[in-house]
Design a protein around this ligand. Structure first.
Ligand SMILES: CNc1ncnc2c1ncn2[C@@H]1O[C@H](COP(=O)(O)O)[C@@H](O)[C@H]1O
Ligand SMILES: [Zn+2]
Length: 351
């Protein structure tokens, strides 16, 4: 089944740039940093090829890893390199449509501004677009720990970049440690929506911090990141069903962080059996040592999914993308062709 999962055209909608950087790419980033700082020594944990499960057992452990990687992406050159490496690896896994997300950061030591950071990511996307058969769009992230003023700046930049010529920025998202309440950012998400941006929110990733849910769901978001525990509450589940909000489900991430005890405990089954749109995603493929085809294989083994189910799930991912519908229709031709070659059922939304 893994070979089939690899051959499937796929859409990845939930990938944090810094969490997606592989050990191989980290080695390149260290080399780059050593050019200007020959004595630089990276933290051993980011270079360890040990299984992700040995390093991370809780969500809190995962949050210790991100700053170690972010320490290597503090210049425009490094940010572009990381972007190119991450996109290339998704392309190698036959991902045809990718939505990367990242938190724009400024760095006073290297004089990198938030605008520089975004432009560096966009430069990486532009380079890959010329060379590789993959369409990439960008979401700008608000980190739950941020001050509202900082997040507001990010939303304003997202609005500005979305209106630029290439329009590769298509949305904003909320992520970061779930113990920080997201409600203070709601007016910013409203503003982003008024300017045509799409919104996805990490919600209910951990059982300890659920107070915000009703207000966050009332937005309502265009997609939900994880939503691991939302199905346990009938009121929340009803909002999701009524609004047909797609869920971005990251099996390995949830399992490693132990927000779902086993793959079988994942909320994927609940939503899948109710025909809710569900997108399989990697979250942080570098940190969690995974890739999208593997997530499809795990889903298939755990929930007895057929080749047709996997194809439908992969197509569902594309259709939940935030790029304009016309662009998504154009990319869908690849799925139509795959269905033809593999005698799978496929019907265009236009039929
Ligand atoms: C494991 N589950 C998760 N839950 C919540 N937020 C997560 C996350 N995984 C990653 N991030 C968010 O993505 C940032 C790293 O990428 P960027 O520097 O933005 O590219 C992390 O600092 C965190 O805010
Ligand atoms: Zn995430």
């Amino acid at each position: 089944m893994l070979a089939y999962c690899k051959s499937l055209p796929k859409a990845e909608l939930h990938a944090h740039l810094n969490g997606s950087v592989s050990v191989r790419a980290i080695e390149k980033l260290i080399e780059l940093r050593k050019r200007s700082e020959p004595d630089y020594k990276a933290d051993d944990r980011v270079l360890s090829t040990a299984k992700a499960q040995d390093k991370i057992r809780t969500l809190a452990d995962a949050f210790l890893m991100f700053p170690l990687i972010q320490a290597l992406t503090q210049t425009s050159e490094a940010v572009t390199l990381a972007t190119v490496e991450v996109i290339s690896e998704f392309n190698d896994d036959n991902v045809k449509y990718l939505e990367l997300r990242t938190t724009p950061r400024e760095n006073t030591v290297t004089s990198m501004s938030k605008v520089d950071y975004i432009e560096a990511v966009l430069a990486g996307i532009a380079t890959c677009s010329e060379r590789l058969p993959i369409i990439v769009r960008l979401l700008l992230s608000i980190d739950r720990r941020q001050e509202v003023a900082d997040a507001s700046e990010t939303v304003d930049l997202a609005i500005k970049f979305a209106k630029s010529k290439d329009a590769r920025v298509v949305g904003v998202e909320l992520s970061g440690d779930p113990k920080f309440d997201g409600r203070k950012f709601l007016p910013l998400f409203q503003k982003a929506r008024e300017h045509g941006l799409k919104i996805t929110l990490h919600l209910a990733e951990s059982c300890d911090w659920m107070e915000e849910l009703s207000e966050m769901l009332a937005l309502p978001p265009d997609r939900i990141g994880h939503g691991t525990l939302l199905h346990n509450d009938p009121v929340h589940a009803a909002v999701i069903r009524e609004n047909s909000i797609p869920l971005e489900i990251c099996l390995t991430s949830n399992f490693i962080c132990q927000t779902t005890k086993t793959f079988k405990d994942s909320h994927l089954d609940f939503w899948f059996s109710r025909k809710q749109p569900v997108c399989l995603c990697t979250d942080d493929q570098g940190v969690f040592d995974t890739y999208l085809s593997k997530e499809f294989e795990i889903a298939s083994e755990t929930f007895n999914l057929t080749k047709q189910d996997l194809f439908d799930t992969s197509l569902c991912g594309l259709r939940c993308g935030f790029a304009p519908k016309e662009e998504l229709y154009a990319i869908e031709r690849i799925w139509a062709q795959f269905a033809k070659e593999h005698a799978l059922k496929y019907s265009s939304l236009r039929d």
